[in-house]
Design a protein around this ligand. Structure first.
Ligand code: AMP
Ligand code: ZN
Length: 131
């Protein structure tokens, strides 16, 4: 069965990688809600973070390290840490992932999370994070 995020783990599909450890990868979301929107995924294929009790623990170090990196490099004022589990929740890619959505003081609150910023340049954001 083909899986988009397994193909990214295998290096068959390019991604804008920002962090990697033994258990996880973190790369920029291709369609960001806010600058620096990143997905943290387990390298092993599981459908959702709720599939078993170890998935979130395995990727927790990567989630925390990536959030710290985004905050330091992009000057985020806060972060939404979110995972959709199941199609009705909005999950579209059925390889578990945690969204890290950096938040900025100019668009605060939970309602502001889904107010997509226009004109985010992924190459420019990626360069700011990795350099
Ligand atoms: P979800 O709706 O929680 O399953 O989120 C899936 C996310 O994957 C969406 O935010 C998409 O923009 C993102 N996405 C889809 N394809 C890619 C890709 N090739 N590289 C990076 N992010 C992707
Ligand atoms: Zn997969």
């Amino acid at each position: 069965m083909s899986c988009l995020f397994c193909s990214i783990v295998a290096g068959e599909i390019p991604s804008k990688l920002v962090y990697e450890d033994d258990a996880a990868l973190a790369f920029l979301d291709i369609n960001p809600w806010h600058a620096g929107h990143t997905l943290v995924i387990p390298k092993e294929h599981v459908e959702t973070v709720l599939e078993d009790s170890s998935i979130l623990a395995e990727i927790a170090p990567a989630i925390v390290a990536t959030a710290a990196l985004l905050t330091a490099k992009l000057g985020a004022d806060g972060m939404n840490v979110l995972s959709n589990a199941g199609g009705v929740s909005g999950q579209e890619v059925f390889h578990a992932h945690v969204h890290l959505i950096p938040r900025y003081a100019n668009l605060p609150g939970i309602a502001g999370m889904s107010m997509r910023e226009d004109g985010i340049d992924l190459n420019e954001i990626h360069a700011r994070i990795v350099n």
